[in-house]
Design a protein around this ligand. Structure first.
Ligand SMILES: C[S@@+](CC[C@H](N)C(=O)[O-])C[C@H]1O[C@@H](n2cnc3c(N)ncnc32)[C@H](O)[C@@H]1O
Ligand SMILES: [Zn+2]
Length: 138
């Protein structure tokens, strides 16, 4: 029988980057699979219409899985949906079939905010606030 997987403890609280963010509740070792980005699996043609609606409210909830599927964290999402973007992140994402894993790209201290690079494509209208003076857009 496979061993149950132990995931690091995470805390959701206000972030300096934007709204709520997700913080490490304990030290996390490099490469750990921290959490999966949960959400309803929807076909891309349907996700585009939903994404436009969410973006009009200033929020990105849709995560492109592959050429066919996206995950909509606004429906059935978990705490991973509150992870903010950074241009110099401490996490990365790995797509395994239709599961999106958020993984540690280095060792992370307890209390650090988790971030990954959203790698957004398209219009990119949201000014990035990952650090003072960042000129990128999401
Ligand atoms: C998946 S949500 C992340 C959780 C969000 N902070 C909240 O409280 O709902 C993505 C949204 O957070 C905001 N966001 C995330 N990272 C950001 C960043 N680096 N700069 C500015 N806004 C950011 C954007 O509005 C984006 O659409
Ligand atoms: Zn940035």
């Amino acid at each position: 029988m496979p061993l149950p997987s132990i995931r690091p403890r995470l805390v959701r609280r206000r972030s300096k980057v934007h709204g709520f963010g997700v913080f490490a509740g304990e030290p996390i070792t490099k490469n750990t699979r921290i959490i999966d980005y949960a959400g309803e699996l929807v076909r891309n043609f349907e996700s585009e219409e939903r994404e436009e609606r969410y973006l009009a409210q200033g929020c990105i909830w849709m995560f492109r899985v592959n050429r066919t599927w996206s995950r909509d964290a606004a429906v059935g999402g978990n705490i991973a949906r509150f992870i903010n973007h950074s241009c110099s992140p401490n996490c990365w994402f790995e797509v395994a079939a239709t599961t999106i894993w958020i993984r540690a790209s280095r060792s992370i201290r307890a209390g650090e905010e988790l971030t990954y690079d959203y790698s957004t494509v398209g219009e990119r209208t949201i000014p990035c606030r990952c650090r003072p003076g960042c000129r990128n857009k999401l």
